[in-house]
Design a protein around this ligand. Structure first.
Ligand code: ADP
Length: 255
């Protein structure tokens, strides 16, 4: 049958760095429209898992698929074209551009236009630019960034910069959004806003997988949580289910 877009299936994935097994036989399945939390102590393999999912790392065994398509061996830009979008732990915005320009760059997925095209079909180009500006305006509005459209990202409070990064990730209209510690550096109020934004993203039909250390956010936001320790999945379930498992409590206290 047809696999809904945004689904993620990972089966028996192992990733070694020299002798170390950063991921050891990891299996997990994320349903379309789910918000999945990935938690675990430092060094448990969370970032490595994201790097495998997004095509940055190849693996030493196992299979994986995204929206029903084989994932392993695909490059990050190919996965991105198929609807996978990602934010990073450290902000990666273009510092020389305004907030709006950062979004326009992400929205404009058409190949570079030659000067010749401007000569033969200027109205087409003009229409294209107008469509991009409208899409940028919608994103700015949706993420509460309209007032900051012309600002340089770095001049803005950190919580707003994080929102710009989310908006940029959403510009590609992904079916799967990977968030690497989205609450890092946010204050309590900003975490609350982030929770609402991620919910609205999911409500628009996007699957969300997030690595997060803020347990309050994980527990209040995620449908299911996968717990990693030493590269292995040690627990999985609803937030309420995993929170009471002895292995989970031990893994955190042992960190
Ligand atoms: P987490 O994101 O949960 O903190 P990581 O995925 O970053 O964990 O790391 C898992 C393990 O793999 C750690 O022991 C880490 O030192 C190791 N590791 C991660 N990336 C590399 C790398 N590029 N080269 C060698 N070892 C790595």
């Amino acid at each position: 049958g047809r696999v809904a877009s945004g689904s993620l299936e990972i089966s028996g994935i192992t990733k070694r760095f020299k002798g170390l097994r950063a991921l050891d036989d990891v299996t997990l399945s994320v349903a379309p429209g789910e918000i999945r939390g990935i938690v675990g102590p430092n060094g448990s393999g969370k970032t490595t898992l994201f790097n495998v999912i997004s095509g940055i790392y190849t693996t030493g065994g196992g299979t994986a698929s995204f929206s029903g398509r084989p994932l392993i061996g695909q490059r990050p830009h190919q996965l991105s074209r198929q609807g996978m979008s990602r934010t990073f732990q450290n902000l990666r915005l273009f510092g020389q551009m305004t907030v709006e320009e950062n979004l326009l760059v992400a929205l404009d997925r058409t190949p570079m236009r030659s000067a010749w095209q401007y000569v033969v079909w200027p109205i087409g180009i003009w229409r294209h630019e107008r469509r991009l500006r409208r899409a940028a305006a919608e994103l700015l509005d949706r993420f509460g960034l309209t007032d900051f459209a012309d600002a340089a990202p770095r001049s803005l409070p950190y919580g707003i910069q994080r929102r710009v990064e989310l908006a940029r990730a959403m510009a590609a209209e992904p079916s799967l959004l990977l968030l690497d510690e989205p609450a890092a550096g946010l204050n309590g109020q900003e975490v609350g806003q982030l929770r609402e934004i991620v919910r609205s993203i999911r409500d628009s039909g996007v699957t969300v997988v997030l690595i997060e250390h803020n347990m309050g956010l994980v527990m209040s936001l995620c449908d299911r949580v996968t717990v990693l320790a030493s590269g292995r999945v040690i627990a999985e379930g609803t937030p309420a289910e995993v929170a009471v498992q002895p292995e989970v409590i031990e893994a955190y206290l042992g960190d």
